[in-house]
Design a protein around this ligand. Structure first.
Ligand code: ATP
Ligand code: MG
Length: 566
């Protein structure tokens, strides 16, 4: 493989085809791909697979190019906000289309001319069947279709009718332009597919009201690819049956480029939905807070959740590119961000469910500044100051009045180490009228800072935050949005919404160490013993610190799933 970059992605069957093409001298040695999103929603992790593939190929081959092309031929669903969000996400993922930004709508005039060429050669006709009739006439997989009564129209008549379609003389749905191919073809897509339809009363984000006829995807796509000189048109498997039509279009119009369409499998991810229609529904119905809700598999959602672009690229490399459809476990995506953040996220302490602890033998009104390394394995990340005081918070889950030896945290009478600080012992438990623990009274051993006590066994290490210097913060604990691995794959349920996980978002009022008060938006952190978190970009002003949990420290889901299978 001819490679010009150190960050070359792993090979796959598409790269092998390109290698062979280059060897054979096809396309004059050019490699030119494109990523063609429809601006009718935000990009999701499935699109990231396509982006990494298309832009990755362009990056890894000598002279390779990749276009960003908006496939904007459905004006009623598309808008400029989606265009902008898509560009932002592609850039954030680390790819650059440079000066190769295109819109299918730029080709409306040319597409129209090609349609006329097809009319003139008798390869297209204007059909007045209703949508329902068209469906009836199309036949089934086992029965051939019937020819439209309008199929035999003369070239002149078709030319005239198509001109009148464009001029706005007909209502929506009353006329379409169809290719004249073969109503008996075993491939349903070849049974005189629609090339143009009428749409009045919509404003296109680029062409405004200039057009009332719009080309269909199956016509627009091959033409756009050819006009841009694309060599390899990579798309998902559901377009395999459309390939004969793709080739038919290019074989029957005058263009000098005939890109090769190659299909690969879509990415499906467990416990989520990926279709834009369903994502739109979640957003529109307010099930989530927006396209960038951290529970969504959108790029914007993953970014806000705390995913890094490199972890998403790693994921796309790992899942690979094949022809077989499959569903990828969420754990695989989570492993990628966990590995990234384990290496790069500074450590900090945060107490998510605070319980007050008083160290009675520590002098009242005093305190000291301790030092803690920012990363246990990477000294170059430096250290930070953490204030230690007589009153601190620990997490409620780190204390039990009584527990077996297996419980490596704090128990009454037992000793435990405070992370980065002293060994303490719990002497007394204070409860309220309802028998709820409200405070622990403890003592500390001043000789245990950075040293183990002599002759005594310490149960474990727990994290803490000074009650005086700790900063209150809202911590959002995200979980999977759905409680079923394939929420849209179960025909028995009325809707994928029936599988929503009611616990997909829990909020904790936490205390975090004061060093975090100055953390920048989007900072990634490991809250020791809790997981990886990210400082929320979009916190409403005045709300103080808000952290999103990116991922837990370990894959607790693998365990839960194993148990439920037992
Ligand atoms: P949806 O069906 O959810 O509307 P789409 O495929 O219509 O998605 P487009 O904006 O048309 O969305 O997709 C742009 C490109 O991204 C296409 O080439 C498409 O094949 C690819 N793509 C979309 N979803 C996935 C996925 N889940 N896995 C891999 N590639 C995908
Ligand atoms: Mg599409």
């Amino acid at each position: 493989m001819s490679s010009n970059n150190e960050t070359t992605a792993p090979s796959n069957f598409i790269r092998q085809i390109i290698d062979q093409d280059l060897k054979a001298g096809t396309n004059d040695g050019r490699v030119h791909t494109r990523f063609p999103p429809e601006p009718n929603g935000y990009l999701h992790i499935g699109h990231a697979k396509s982006i990494c593939l298309n832009f990755g190929v362009a990056r890894d081959y000598q002279g390779g190019q990749c276009n960003l092309r908006f496939d904007d031929t459905n004006p009623h669903k598309e808008n400029i906000d989606y265009v902008n969000a898509i560009m932002e996400d592609v850039k954030w993922l680390g790819f650059d289309w440079q000066d190769r930004l295109f819109y299918a709508s730029d080709y409306f005039e040319k597409l129209h001319d090609f349609a006329i060429e097809l009319i003139k050669t008798g390869k297209a006709y204007v059909c007045g069947l209703t949508a329902e009739e068209v469906r009836e006439y199309r036949g089934t997989l086992t029965e051939p279709g019937k020819e439209s009564p309008f199929r035999a129209r003369s070239v002149e008549e078709n030319f005239d009718l198509f001109a009148r379609m464009r001029a706005g003389e007909f209502n929506d749905g009353t006329q379409v332009l169809r290719a004249r191919i073969d109503m008996a073809s075993p491939n349903m897509n070849m049974r005189d597919p629609t090339l143009y339809r009428i749409r009045h009363g919509v404003t296109h984000h680029k062409t405004g009201e200039a057009w009332c006829i719009y080309p269909m995807y199956d016509f627009t796509h091959p033409v756009s690819d050819a006009l841009e000189g694309i060599t390899h048109s990579l798309c998902t498997l559901e377009f395999e049956d459309h390939r004969p039509l793709y080739d038919w279009v290019l074989d029957n119009i005058t263009v000098d480029c005939h890109p090769q369409q190659i299909e690969f499998s879509r990415l499906n991810l467990e416990y989520t939905v990926m279709s834009k229609r369903k994502l739109t529904q979640l957003v529109d119905e307010g099930v989530v807070s927006g396209w960038d809700d951290p529970r969504l598999p959108t790029i914007a959602g993953l970014r806000r959740r705390g995913y890094t672009s490199s972890s998403i690229r790693t994921f796309c490399d790992r899942i690979g590119v094949t022809k077989s459809d499959n569903s990828v476990e969420m754990g695989m995506l989570e492993a990628c961000i966990r590995e990234d953040l384990d290496r790069h996220a500074p450590r900090a302490m945060a107490v998510l469910d605070p319980l007050k602890l008083v160290i009675e033998n520590y002098p009242e009104g005093e305190g000291e500044i301790l030092s803690a390394p920012n990363h246990p394995k990477d000294e170059s990340m430096g250290s930070r100051e953490i204030p230690f005081t007589r009153e601190i918070y620990i997490d409620r889950a780190d204390f039990r009045e009584e527990a077996s030896r297996k419980y490596k945290r704090m128990v009454t009478g037992g000793e435990v180490r405070l992370r980065n600080a002293y060994v303490i012992r719990c002497d007394q438990v204070i409860k309220d009228d309802e028998d709820r623990i409200i405070e622990l009274r403890c003592s500390y051993d001043p000789d245990t800072l950075g040293a183990n006590p002599v002759g005594r066994k310490v149960r474990g290490v727990i994290h803490w935050v000074s009650a005086i210097h700790g900063v209150p913060a809202e911590v959002r604990l995200y979980n999977r949005l759905f409680s079923h691995p394939t929420p849209d794959g179960d025909k028995q349920m009325a809707s994928f919404l029936d599988y929503l996980n009611p616990d997909s978002l829990k909020t904790a009022q936490a205390y975090v160490e004061p060093s975090l008060a100055s953390a920048g938006d989007g900072s990634h952190l490991q809250f020791e013993r809790e997981g990886y978190f990210c400082l929320e970009h979009n916190a409403e002003a005045g709300n103080g610190l808000v952290f999103n949990r990116t991922v837990t420290l370990r894959d607790s889901w693998a365990k839960i799933e194993q148990q439920s299978k037992k």
